[in-house]
Design a binder for this molecule. Sequence first.
Ligand code: PMP
Length: 376
Amino acid sequence: MQEWLAGQARVRARRGIVRHTTPRTGWGAAPLDLASNDYLGLAADPRLQAAGIAAVGSYGTGARSSRVVTGTHPVHAELESELCALTGQPAALAFSSGYTANLGILTALGGPGTLILRDEHAHASLIDGARLARSPLAAFGHQDLDSLRRLLAQRTQPRAVVVVESIYSVLGDAADLPATARLCAEHDALLVVDEAHGIGVAGNGRGAVHAAGLAGAEHVVLTATLSKALGAQGGAVLGPPALREHLVNTARSFIFDTGLAPAAAAAAAEACRVIAAEPDRVAAVGRNAALIAAGLGIEQAAGAVQSVPAGTPDRAAGLAIRLEDSGVLVGCFRPPSVPDGVSRLRLTARADLAPEQLRTATGLINSLLAATEVPA
Ligand code: PMP
């Protein structure tokens, strides 16, 4: 075993893959958490906690079986209806995670006759879903719609699915959804938009698809995670009712997976109501993102995630460790988790952070960046 693992580590090192740090907790450990995905500060909100506790009381701690056996509870229907109300989509199907939602939609849509075209920065779960679908697969340049157009025009398969993220997870940039959807319509392709970083943040919290006027469009499908802005856990696919029906019958990561835990479903449903009722919470993410970007002299990214290039993987890791020692948790992204190979610190502009906290954090980051500057 030891030898086998050492061999695997040597292969990773040859491919430039940097070892991950020990898993960390953001819970109570550091005074200032700029690393987690709790964009709206809802994970510890008393209303979500109460909804989760009530669901445990009503349905128990687990769903008990797959949704297609006995694992569908009223709380799943409540969540799906709240997700539709928030995003303006006609139908929703909840999965146990955003990861399994992405596996589910791409395996259910894909197959040998379906070309899957993905942005080269697409999340690992979208890549894995496309591979599992046994579809012909190609990546187009990040946000490069000319390259997408060429690939669509050359296709030989009867069907095509285009996969993008509304707001990209590492760089934080936003896709041009109206133009991408138009291109897909022209080429009779379906567009799958992963809104993991868009829901709760873009378009007054209703997501970037809604903001682009594409909610309910026949050829647009949306996937979501409940574990970021919604402060819970789980995932969902949203789109036409016929698609929901198709997923229930064909998505293996739905059929062969235990249903979403009732507490998570109830907390996420409550989060949808809070987001719709409290637009200022969503606006605070934008204000805090602007403060972080101005404090660090970087261009403000579209969503909650602000990305600071940090040079080498070692420099990025060193900066993250020194910040943690000073009580500030930041994300540290290095190969292979960075699509462009550039190691970076990732800062989350959470709604519940005060301007003073952000000034302290950006001041500290600036002084550490200057102290570890690599001579040109
Ligand atoms: N898609 C994107 C773009 C993500 O960033 C993530 C979470 N890292 C996921 C999907 C997976 O979501 P979950 O954590 O709910 O499995």
